[in-house]
Design a protein around this ligand. Structure first.
Ligand SMILES: [Zn+2]
Length: 97
């Protein structure tokens, strides 16, 4: 592999300074209580805090997508939880040293 790409600059996370790594992520989008997931979206992901960065091309494609009517590859059920119910179960645990 040559170094003529010029597109290989290591980007740093704006939040923690971690070195972003090219990865495949699931993009989630919500509108009027309808949740949409787009799988295998290329992104620069921070291994330290999980921050994601999309290239302008990818951002553009995702914005275009949300305006289009495309058949999903599959439909999944999404469980919804109420935090106050979780909170009653999950008590603060003492830290052991
Ligand atoms: Zn980070």
């Amino acid at each position: 592999m040559g170094k003529d790409g010029g597109n290989n600059t290591l980007m740093k996370c704006v939040f923690c300074g971690g070195e972003l790594q090219t990865n495949s992520v699931t993009f989630s989008y919500e509108e009027n209580e309808t949740y949409i997931l787009v799988e295998h979206v290329p992104a620069e992901v921070c291994p330290q805090c999980g921050e994601r960065l999309y290239t302008p091309e990818v951002t553009d494609a995702l914005l275009q997508f949300t305006k289009q009517q495309i058949e999903p590859v599959r439909v999944i059920q999404v469980p919804v939880y109420e935090f106050t119910k979780i909170h009653r179960v999950v008590k603060y645990m003492p830290m052991y040293s």
